[in-house]
Design a protein around this ligand. Structure first.
Ligand code: ZN
Length: 101
């Protein structure tokens, strides 16, 4: 059985617990973003449900990290590191696309 909420509603932000929102870029697609800490998905999804599903999946994956006790400062650093990783992934993808073309 498919849980409807799982597909339609994004879970809370895995980084800050903020209420994540789905952004609709029309023809370009959809992505989920946390308005509080500005973490967003590093790609666009054609289907809204795919964006939400991917976002929710990431939250589940990060639950194991959530078990570790960290200070506010450490948590802040970790969030920034995550963002940098996302930007690096974007850069890598751009480089790959340039090499392909
Ligand atoms: Zn957040």
């Amino acid at each position: 059985m498919v849980d409807y909420r799982e597909i339609v509603l994004p879970s809370r932000c895995p980084f800050c617990g903020g209420k994540a929102e789905v952004h609709d870029l029309g023809n370009m697609g959809y992505f989920v973003k946390c308005p509080k800490c500005e973490v967003n998905q590093d790609k666009l999804y054609k289907q809204r449900c795919d964006a939400v599903r991917a976002w929710n999946k990431r939250e589940n994956e990060s639950n194991s990290i959530g078990m570790i006790q960290v200070s506010e400062e450490e948590y802040d650093k970790m969030s920034r590191a995550m963002l940098i990783t996302m930007y690096l992934k974007d850069l890598l993808r751009m480089i790959e696309e340039m090499e392909d073309g």
